[in-house]
Design a protein around this ligand. Structure first.
Ligand SMILES: Nc1ncnc2c1ncn2[C@@H]1O[C@H](COP(=O)(O)OP(=O)(O)OP(=O)(O)O)[C@@H](O)[C@H]1O
Length: 475
């Protein structure tokens, strides 16, 4: 009976259901054998499938789970292919050529396992790794000096107990070096992700520098020692240029705002492994700082204010904050100079506003107006300048009838002081008066004078404890 569409259907069983038995063939082959003639296209199945179909699958349970031998024997399923493979004694598995793993780490950056008992000893003398042993080998062995790190396993074996490389005793001899034998062993350095930049560049150097004797030695090229492995890679022209990143930033510069260019730079730094971030920064720092410059120009009411180190420093702080957020790394780890965060807090716009005058403009102003001074003005101007030069501090009252040139002299004095990069705080009692003085502000604003003296018993200037304000007033 056979199930079809939910119903049993009767099946006729005839001779075709019986495996044919041929006594003659069985006798010739000395085995029970079943011969079938395949005359249709279905034969292809027998030719291709049965040779490759491999083991059958089986489900089974293991009662005594603690007995590993029993588990193995009960669970092992040997199919015909595997059985014949074993009967004929073919190798079960093979690995060729052998692979030897080589550690890559920064100086004192190797992994050290320690316990409470041996922690001090391990700290004083960390165990050798294949890398430090390779450096030692290159110091002592002339042949090793000719090798790249990845080649060392071909000629030397690693003694794990003494943690050092020994010359091989078997293999093919090497011309010119008696007692050195070569094998096919492949040395594989562990992969280092570019997010670990210095180690990544160290690995590149190990692939390209023969016989280094120390970490320090790897950092030296033509007798010059560099600070970072990245610089050495650049010096040896091992890194690709950053043209495509330059193009990306240039393109962004055509259409994007400064903050967006900064974001792109942050992404390039954290995800794209640029070869020379410093060069990218130098090229695009102005584009990335435009909004900050604009803000400072507005704040200082000075359109001539140009890019300064403080502005770039502020940009770098924003970029570093972005990098920290994405990858937890500071700019120094990409070979960029670290922003000065202290400087940023102690040199705010308050001081910048007073020192960032355009010297050319000031000189033009002085040259134009100084020669116009009349005798009285000249006398007053020179006397005041002399007092300022003595630098002992004093109170000077300049009084004259209205419209006789007091403000004219004051602006000249301000320009004379400011052109030397010194601070001259110009204040006036009213906003209108303040606009007449170059860079003028109201005294109430600059000195935080109390607005209504009648309201407080002991009036005082509300200057908060800010080093920048103190410095400004002191100067
Ligand atoms: N030596 C000079 N040469 C050319 N122009 C001058 C000279 N001195 C003053 N002036 C001009 O005279 C005008 C009045 O000068 P200023 O405003 O300095 O006078 P003031 O004494 O400050 O006036 P007030 O008391 O009303 O504030 C200004 O336009 C100024 O440029």
């Amino acid at each position: 009976m056979r199930m079809m569409n939910g119903k049993y259907k009767p099946v006729d069983v005839d001779n075709s259901w019986i495996v044919p038995y041929s006594p003659l063939v069985s006798k010739i082959m000395k085995a029970h054998i079943n011969l079938e003639s395949c005359s249709s296209v279905v034969a292809i199945k027998y030719i291709l499938k049965y040779i490759h179909k491999g083991s059958y699958q089986a489900m089974f349970t293991i009662e005594n789970k603690k007995d590993e031998i029993e588990d193995y024997q009960s669970g092992r399923y040997i199919n015909s292919n595997e059985a014949i493979w074993r009967i004929l004694g073919f190798p079960i598995h093979d690995r060729y050529p052998s692979i030897f793993h080589l550690s890559v780490h920064l100086e004192n950056g190797q992994r050290v396992y320690f316990s409470d008992e041996n922690i001090e000893k391990k700290a004083q003398q960390p165990p050798e790794t294949t890398l430090t042993a390779y450096f030692k080998l290159c110091t002592l062995d002339n042949f090793a000096k000719t090798l790249f790190y990845y080649d060392v396993a071909k000629y030397y074996t690693w003694d794990n107990s003494s943690k050092k490389f020994n010359t091989r005793r078997q293999g093919s001899p090497v011309n010119g070096y008696p007692n050195i034998y070569k094998t096919d062993t492949i040395g594989r350095m562990y992969t280092i992700h570019p997010n670990n930049p210095e180690c990544f560049y160290l690995r590149i150097l190990l692939h390209n520098v023969r016989g280094p004797t120390s970490f320090k030695n790897l950092k030296s090229v033509d007798g010059i020692e560099y600070d970072t492995y990245r610089e050495v890679c650049q010096k040896l022209l091992l890194l690709k240029d950053d043209k495509h990143w330059e193009d990306a930033l240039s393109e962004a510069n055509d259409t994007k705002r400064s903050s967006q260019i900064r974001s792109l730079f942050i992404i390039i730094l954290t995800s794209c492994v640029p070869s020379n971030p410093q060069q990218l920064w130098d090229k695009f720092k102005k584009n990335m700082s435009e909004d900050i410059l604009y803000r400072k120009q507005k704040l200082n009411m000075c359109e001539n204010l140009d890019y300064t180190d403080e502005i770039f420093n502020e940009t770098l702080i924003i970029i570093e904050d972005g990098c920290l957020l994405i990858s937890g790394k500071i700019l120094k780890q990409w070979g960029l100079s670290s922003p000065n965060r202290i400087q940023n807090t102690s040199l705010p716009t308050e001081i910048l506003r007073e020192i960032l005058y355009n010297v050319t403009d000031l000189n033009t102003h002085i040259n134009k107006n100084k020669s116009q001074l009349i005798d009285d003005q000249k006398e007053a101007f020179e006397e005041i300048m002399d007092i300022i030069k003595i630098d002992e501090g004093s109170l000077i009252f300049l009084d004259a009838p209205g419209g006789t040139g007091k403000t004219f002299i004051l602006n000249l004095i301000l320009a004379e002081i400011r052109k030397k990069g010194e601070i001259a705080l110009a204040v006036a009692s009213s906003g209108v008066a303040a606009t007449l003085l170059h860079g003028g502000r109201t005294a109430h604003s600059a000195l935080k004078l109390p607005l209504n003296l009648n309201l407080t018993e002991e009036p005082y200037c509300n200057i908060i404890d800010n080093p920048a304000t103190c410095k400004l007033l002191k100067n």
